[in-house]
Ligand binder design. Structure first.
Ligand code: GTP
Ligand code: MG
Length: 294
């Protein structure tokens, strides 16, 4: 984003309250289930939560994998996995195997803790405790509902749905604490903020859609040559605002004077991306990042 663009910030009071309550609960957790968005696996990692949960066995769910580029997701799984961290890309709307995969990974990550309890002579140890955390709208409540097998937690397609912490006895082996989506007080990197905004982790009401659509179009144009040309019927345009103009002509999103309505079209482009109507797109690239740091 350029210097004269409006800076993005969204940190309502319920997030700070949730952060404090999560910090209070962290001691009793056997593991962390961190839900990131598969389209932005790095930008959707909350540094405040990462610091708070350091050292705990971690299951990273790359949610919305149905919307992300499968080849990029594979790269991210490779680059994020460690001995103490299992990475699972999942389409949480499709219930198939979600519960089975999460319970199996949780058993693997908490094996030592569970066996310690058994070694103390406890025949039926308590369920393992996991805190589900992550940025807003990443799918935490959807995930817990999937494991539980019932839609007991409220979910919706906008950020800030869950406002309080609540325990769910999700499985005989696993109790999960659902938490509100949490961001951090200030985005030092406005590109990260724009990626969070594009994917729906920030309240749309605080956003300038034209600016974040420009970030989206620039990124897609650089990494998926031909995709936007095919979607919006144009050729030889690189400037994101010119692409927006072409998209408005293509979708007949015009003002009364027949000029392209860029504000309205920005909303349409973002909506089409979020719904997967432009194809399966990832906006951050694990392999290129590794190469850059070589
Ligand atoms: N396409 C797709 N949509 C998903 C997936 N997981 C969740 N969603 C949708 O994402 C939206 C947000 O899901 P929630 O479970 O409410 O997200 P949350 O992380 O609990 O959100 P907050 O409580 O606001 O922090 C809902 O519309 C879900 O249907 C997925 O894997 N793929
Ligand atoms: Mg929720």
């Amino acid at each position: 984003m350029t210097d004269n663009t409006r800076s993005i910030n969204w940190y309502p009071g319920h997030m700070e309250k949730a952060r404090r309550q999560m910090q209070e609960n962290i001691k009793i957790m056997d593991m962390i289930i961190e839900v990131r968005d598969a389209r932005i696996p790095e930008a959707s990692a909350n540094p405040v939560l990462n610091e708070m949960t350091t050292g705990k066995p971690r299951l990273i769910i790359l949610s919305k994998e149905d919307l992300a580029d499968p080849a990029e997701t594979e790269q991210w799984v490779r680059s994020l996995s460690t001995e103490n961290c299992i990475v699972l890309p999942l389409d949480l709307r499709d219930g198939k195997d979600v519960r089975k995969k999460i319970v199996a990974s949780s058993k693997q990550l908490t094996k030592k803790t569970y066996e310690k309890l058994k070694a103390k002579g406890i025949r039926n140890p308590r369920p393992m405790r996991a805190m589900a955390c992550g940025i807003p709208n990443s799918g935490k409540s959807t995930l817990i509902n999937r494991i539980f097998g019932k839609a007991s937690l409220k979910t919706a397609d906008h950020p800030g749905v869950t406002k309080t912490l609540s325990w769910i006895h999700a499985d005989p082996y696993l109790d999960i604490l659902d938490t509100p989506g949490v961001l951090w007080p200030r985005f030092d990197d406005q590109h990260t903020a724009a990626l969070l905004a594009v994917t729906g982790a920030i309240n749309d009401q605080v956003l300038d859609f034209k600016e974040i659509a420009a970030v989206l179009l620039t990124t897609v144009q650089a990494h998926y040559p031909g995709l936007l040309e095919a979607a919006y019927s144009f050729t030889d345009i690189m400037d994101p605002y010119d692409i927006l103009r072409a998209a408005a002509q293509c979708r007949h999103i015009l003002k009364e004077n027949s000029e392209p309505d860029l504000d309205k079209c920005a909303g349409t482009v973002i909506y089409e991306f979020r719904r997967g109507k432009l194809g399966r797109i990832t906006l951050e690239y694990a392999e290129k990042k590794e190469n850059l740091s070589e």
